[in-house]
Design a protein around this ligand. Structure first.
Ligand code: GTR
Length: 327
């Protein structure tokens, strides 16, 4: 009798748990390229905690750090397909998938990080977010990724002429190859995880990134000079697979978005601290931080990049104008 009862109870409880699992709880896999110590890793862990808390456990997220789920271009494709549910992505490699997103990858389009966020928070940002969502990547939070500058070994870079003949690693996007080529260099797309080796063996002469990433993956160990060209100010997103997001109730969508927004504010605080800390750390390790007295020639050299982009995408002129005219 006892046996029978307990079996029934157990059976009922199991069935209930299964129903509950199928109907509500959802385990998501998240992609993150960074390792421990990088602000985005802490922010993504915080996001996972907040998502669980705010959705009452309906969405639980396991974050896979260090790019173990694949390179960024691959992971973007996986999120579009739903094989990975969510990730922290740089908008640079999203440009080849969503032409509107390429606005933020135009060199020197933004005056500084606050200007970038003002554009992102305005109608241009809305248009970009809409186009990304249609492409299957719903942005629910925006991270700060500072400004990207060039680093190399042969000497400081003070003008575009100093880039001439140099093979510079860039992220996967024709705009970035075009950017380096417009200075007479050789823009070389390569996965982030391969850059350290490429720099140390001389497969490339240099690369470009923000200070926290330059430090966290050790590129500073194999680069003598970091020249503050600040040619790209590209935001990052927390982006969800569109089908997954659409399948959530409006309440759950709001809860997840609130988690992403709170995690983004946390990320921006950490970012500011880490940028200063990384600068000090790499200088202490012997890297020369080179201030560029006049960035004008770099900006002028970008004319063909803009011309080619607008010739290929005439419908993007309005977005460029919108960004440039944002105070
Ligand atoms: C980092 C960024 C990564 C990745 C990397 C790169 O700053 O956070 O998402 O894009 O740069 O250069 O590939």
């Amino acid at each position: 009798m006892y046996h029978k009862f307990s079996k029934t109870v157990f059976g009922a409880a199991t069935a209930l748990a299964l129903v509950a699992t199928a109907a509500t709880a959802d385990d998501w896999r998240a992609w993150n390229i960074h390792n421990d110590g990088h602000p985005n890793t802490a922010a993504m862990d915080r996001f996972a905690e907040l998502a669980k808390e705010k959705t009452g456990g309906e969405v639980t997220i396991e974050v896979f750090h260090g790019g173990v789920l694949g390179s960024q271009p691959d992971a973007l494709e996986q999120v579009q397909l739903g094989a990975i549910d969510i990730g922290n992505f740089n908008l640079g490699p999203i440009g080849p998938l969503v032409k509107e997103a390429n606005l933020v990858s135009l060199p020197f389009i933004f005056r500084d990080v606050p200007h970038m966020f003002r554009v992102l928070d305005g109608p241009a940002g809305e248009k970009i977010a809409g186009a990304m969502s249609e492409a299957g990547l719903v942005p629910i939070g925006w991270f700060d990724a500072g400004a990207r500058s060039f680093y190399n070994n042969s000497g400081p870079i003070n003008s575009p002429a100093d880039v001439e003949g140099m093979k510079i690693r860039v992220m996967n996007n024709d705009l970035f190859t075009g950017m380096v080529n417009a200075m007479g260099g050789n823009g070389t797309p390569m996965a982030f995880g391969e850059v350290y080796q490429a720099l140390s063996t001389g497969v490339v002469d240099g690369a470009e990134n923000n200070l926290p990433s330059f430090q966290s993956v050790g590129h500073y160990e194999v680069s003598g000079y970091y020249s503050l060209s600040e040619h790209l100010i590209i935001p990052e997103c927390i982006c969800v697979n569109a089908a997954k997001f659409d399948a959530l109730s409006p309440e759950m969508q709001a809860a997840l978005t609130a988690a992403a927004e709170e995690a983004s504010l946390y990320q921006r605080e950490l970012w500011a601290e880490q940028t200063a800390a990384s600068r000090t750390a790499v200088e202490e390790a012997g890297v020369k931080i080179n201030l560029i007295a006049d960035k004008g020639p770099f900006q002028e050299a970008m004319a063909p990049v803009y011309e080619n982009y607008l010739a290929a995408n005439p419908d993007m002129a309005e977005l460029v104008e919108l960004a440039q005219s944002t105070e």
